[in-house]
Design a protein around this ligand. Structure first.
Ligand SMILES: Nc1ncnc2c1ncn2[C@@H]1O[C@H](COP(=O)(O)OP(=O)(O)OP(=O)(O)O)[C@@H](O)[C@H]1O
Ligand SMILES: [Mg+2]
Length: 343
């Protein structure tokens, strides 16, 4: 057992996502909830964190503000992000963190994050109580979490479709050969559906209602049901409550243009790979992770658009944090530094 472990140092694996924050400590999940915070603007006090705060979005009295501090995979509200992490770290971890042994946090950031954005993540963790932060590209963590053989000579590609961003990266010999990201992901699918309902059904929906409708239709599509589902909202013309009936079959044509943008990002990354790595990827296909990849019919549609095989992982929502857990456990054999070098 390493000395630091014997002395009780805390090791945390974290996926700070646009929609969810996932944290794994020595005893498993220590936080798994929405990346959201509800704050009383009069007192400045936090009134809810995580899923409880997300439920309050759009329903709070004027004095309560709900904040989503992560957008497109990066911190956009530093103060709120720090407070979210402070609550997520919890008293138990913080008690240990105040010891002289610095805890080791392994967290993911978008491969294309700027120095300032990476520094913001690092400092948010430090302000929240951590003293050592090791940042790795989310796509690298997704690849490790998915068990992709990134150390092989054969090229591989991972596509992580989250809520705010899709990260695409190619690997060979333990190196990230090429990467790109696009802000087209789960949130964009919900927005596309909201726009469609407004145009075709004159139904005005909040972002939260459009997201709920997307999930209902997605689950029905994934189950192979060709059903019609009621979607409740406000009539755009009369302003009165209205229920539109939407068929499951309407979903894919609505999100297909967004999937095409993801396919274009995949093509851009392949174009930046050496020819042999590109050939490997085309032959092997894409490994798909992230909650956005759960959209019913997406994997098939993306496969058709890029003309490659698609391998959807078993637990797309937790692949990044699973990869961080493996990094914490130092599962990588020695001599494989390039992939795991800090950003
Ligand atoms: N069954 C489902 N069908 C369709 N979409 C789903 C389903 N389950 C989750 N999602 C979507 O997955 C997204 C959240 O995925 P994930 O937790 O991987 O994102 P994130 O890591 O928080 O975001 P990011 O990586 O962009 O920062 C949301 O947009 C959510 O709507
Ligand atoms: Mg993510």
């Amino acid at each position: 057992m390493p000395l630091s472990q014997a002395l009780g140092a805390t090791h945390l694996a974290v996926d700070l996502g646009t929609s969810s924050t996932r944290m794994r400590g020595p005893r498993g999940a220590s936080f798994d909830g929405a990346s959201a915070l509800a704050v009383d603007t009069r007192s400045g006090k936090v009134v809810a964190v995580g899923d409880a705060a997300k439920c309050m979005a759009g329903r709070t009295p004027p004095a309560i503000e709900t904040i989503a501090p992560i957008r497109r995979g990066v911190i956009t509200d530093f103060d709120a992000a720090t407070r979210l992490l402070w609550h997520a770290l919890g008293r138990q971890h913080r008690g240990r963190m105040r010891s002289w042994l610095p805890p080791r946090v392994v967290a993911g950031v978008p491969a294309q994050a700027t120095e300032v954005q990476r520094r913001a993540v690092e400092e948010a963790f430090q302000f929240a109580g951590a003293r050592s932060v090791h940042l790795l590209p989310k796509a690298t963590l997704a690849a490790i979490g998915a068990g992709v053989p990134v150390w092989d000579a054969t090229g591989t590609m991972v596509v992580d479709i989250g809520a705010g961003t899709t990260e695409v990266a190619a690997f060979a010999f333990g190196n990230m050969v090429a990467a790109a990201s696009t802000p087209v992901a789960g949130d964009a699918f919900g927005a596309a559906l909201g726009g469609h309902l407004q145009r075709e059904h004159t139904l005005a929906l909040s972002a939260e209602a459009a997201e709920a409708a997307k999930i209902s239709l997605s689950l029905a599509a994934a189950a192979g049901q060709d059903a019609c589902l009621p979607v409740r909202g406000r009539d755009r013309i009369s302003d009165l409550p209205k229920t539109a009936i939407m068929s499951v079959g309407e979903l894919m044509p609505v999100v297909a243009p967004e999937i095409k943008k993801i396919a274009a990002t995949v093509a851009g990354v392949i174009a930046h790979c050496p020819a042999s790595v590109a050939d490997d990827i085309v032959g092997r296909g894409l490994v798909l992770t992230g909650g956005g990849a759960l959209l019913g019919g997406l994997a098939e549609q993306l496969g058709r658009t890029v003309g490659m095989a698609i391998h959807l992982v078993d637990s797309p929502l937790t692949t990044v944090v699973d990869g961080a857990v493996r990094c914490v456990a130092d599962s990588a054999p020695s001599g494989e530094q390039p992939l795991l070098a800090p950003m």
